[in-house]
Design a protein around this ligand. Sequence first.
Ligand SMILES: [Zn+2]
Length: 92
Amino acid sequence: MTVAAERIARLEELARAATKAGDHDRARYYVRLARRIAERNRLSLPTSFKRFTCDDCDAYLLPGENARFRLQNGHVVVTCSCGAHARYPYDE
Ligand SMILES: [Zn+2]
């Protein structure tokens, strides 16, 4: 794992912890920072990162905290508290 990839993984953990603590602004800061690092290093973000972040508002999505996850026709539909939806296949 490259240094950049490790930093992204670490930022994902920090964003999750900040969201759990109710500090959503801080979580967004970590999410944005991780996206910038990925861009600068031409890395693609880990699948888990893409699944658990909102493309619209950069929130880290935590079920029961700021996001709703539900199953629909073999897809997972994620609704962020900002109102944005994302969907992806269930068994990917
Ligand atoms: Zn959002």
